[in-house]
Design a protein around this ligand. Structure first.
Ligand SMILES: Cc1cc2nc3c(=O)[nH]c(=O)nc-3n(C[C@H](O)[C@H](O)[C@H](O)COP(=O)(O)OP(=O)(O)OC[C@H]3O[C@@H](n4cnc5c(N)ncnc54)[C@H](O)[C@@H]3O)c2cc1C
Length: 452
């Protein structure tokens, strides 16, 4: 049987993509390099191996993580069908028996006659050759093999493929205390883009002391001995160089006047918008290796962030991902090579479920491609659409991988101030937008001779 499409990588995203293509009746080549060649984090030869936690986060539809699962279940997700069978007690979270889960996904794909498995490491030359059979989905994950990563870097242009996350925490706009944090750029240049959290000397010293005493996350074996670039040193590392090193560096107050005092603060932590709607702000130059609980505790000592809601914590770890806003088109196609789609963590989403979700979409869109149909994009109001909108957002920023969260949804019009009521309204709007889009997907798939 000759394949009509190829999926590279049988992780969370690639397994979903291949499943969607195969169950629509198309032969799909699925290429996986494990077990012959493993990654530094995987331990088995199973598909969709969970390399760390066995939790897929909340399954409550009142949360973005739960809503994402609902959307994926409605689209016929293999990941969720298997996860639901392998559930272990996890409170409101969907936790799974990791061995049973990976085995379940592997058996489903190995038992699907349209899946043509090739156990080998794919290279750039392979991709070019396989394009002769039809569209290709690259889903090789955060630990993409060196050869393929080199090819991706060449195809997308230098500087558009990252090998490390050095990410600062991100908070929701609504949780920043605007009676303390003031808008403005240094010397008035750049308008009101930044929010500035002003420290007094005492506040600064208390923050630095807490930062230095806080517990750091352990390094994985394959990250031992990693040397940081000077430009993305962990903030705790810089703070340890001297009592005022942050005040002269990451938190320098020059060019900023606190409107409440009319004076220059002792130090300033700046916040930069993460999306065009300005519903999310990242803490500038606060990349860190502190444990997540510690980050919340320490950064809430920053004036203006005492009630901060963190949607993403800072990390510094190995992670191969593309600069999606520059490199990917709206349906995850490589702009430079549109018959190739990317899926999974490599697109700049983060997390098991978000990765599987982009694989699911890439699979469904490939099915439509194969019938010459235009892929329908999910609206930004639902969770899938909000993730894609984040990847496409052209706001100038240090693009960092992102998980599903409230801050990715477009603001409500009119706004609702009370948090629970606002979230209930966002969730309701997400469900309604998704249901409408789902009808379009069903119609399009039916035209392609497939069903959900
Ligand atoms: C150490 C570590 C811990 C993590 N912990 C968590 C966590 O606790 N929770 C969470 O939600 N997310 C976690 N993540 C992120 C997690 O990796 C992703 O959420 C998810 O696994 C990504 O799915 P993916 O399909 O993009 O990549 P993967 O699941 O990694 O799948 C990629 C597949 O491609 C294969 N491959 C790579 N290169 C080639 C090639 N050239 N040819 C053929 N096959 C290839 C790999 O063997 C792998 O099977 C962690 C990541 C790492 C690195």
């Amino acid at each position: 049987m000759r394949p009509s499409a190829t999926v590279i990588g049988a992780g969370l995203a690639g397994s979903e993509a291949a499943w969607q293509i195969a169950r629509a009746g198309h032969a799909v080549r699925l290429v996986e390099m494990r077990p012959a060649r493993s990654t530094p984090a995987h331990r088995t030869g199973h598909f969709a191996e969970l390399v760390c936690s066995n939790s897929f986060k909340s399954d409550l539809e009142s949360t973005p993580a739960g809503l994402l699962k609902r959307e994926m279940r409605e689209l016929g997700s293999l990941t969720l069908a298997v996860a639901d069978r392998c559930r272990v007690p996890g409170g409101e979270a969907l936790a799974v028996d990791r061995e049973a889960f990976a085995r379940g996904v592997t058996e489903a794909l190995r038992g699907q006659p349209n899946v043509l498995l090739e156990e080998r490491e794919a290279t750039g030359d392979d991709v070019a050759r396989w394009l002769g059979d039809g569209p290709v989905v690259v889903a090789t994950g955060p630990l993409t093999s060196d050869g393929l990563a080199e090819w991706l870097a060449t195809v997308t242009g230098s500087g558009r493929l990252f090998f490390f996350d050095a990410v600062s925490p991100t908070v929701t706009a609504e949780s920043i205390d605007r009676s303390v944090a003031f808008a403005g750029s240094r010397y008035g240049k750049g308008g009101e883009d930044y929010l500035n959290c002003p420290f007094t000397k005492e506040e600064y010293e208390a923050f630095v002391a807490a930062l230095l005493a806080a517990e750091r996350a352990p390094l994985h074996d394959f990250e031992q001995g990693v040397r940081y670039f000077e430009g993305c040193l962990p903030i705790e590392e810089i703070a340890s160089r001297g009592a005022r090193s942050l005040a002269f560096g990451n938190f320098k107050p020059v060019g900023l006047t606190d409107p409440r005092t009319g004076r220059r603060p002792y130090a300033v932590l700046q916040l930069r918008p993460e999306n065009a709607d300005r519903t999310l702000y990242s803490l500038v130059a606060c990349q860190t290796r502190l444990k997540w609980g510690e980050q919340a505790r320490v950064f809430r000592l920053v004036p203006g962030l005492q009630n901060a809601e963190f949607v993403r914590f800072g990390v510094i770890h190995r992670n191969t991902y593309l600069h999606a806003p520059e490199v990917l088109g709206r349906t995850l196609r490589l702009k430079a090579w549109p018959t190739v789609r990317c899926a999974g963590q490599i697109t700049g989403v983060e997390g098991y479920m978000e990765s599987a979700a982009t694989g699911l979409l890439a699979g469904l869109w490939t099915v439509l491609d194969l019938s010459g149909l235009e892929p329908a994009e999910p609206p930004a109001d639902c969770v899938l659409g909000s993730l894609l909108a984040y990847l496409a957002d052209q706001t100038e920023r240090d693009f960092a991988p992102m998980n599903a969260n409230w801050g990715l949804f477009p603001p409500l019009d009119p706004p609702i101030r009370e948090k629970q009521a606002r979230r209930a309204a966002l969730a309701q709007r997400a469900r309604a937008a998704f249901e409408l889009w789902l009808q379009d997907v069903r119609t399009a798939l039916r035209s392609a001779g497939a069903e959900l």
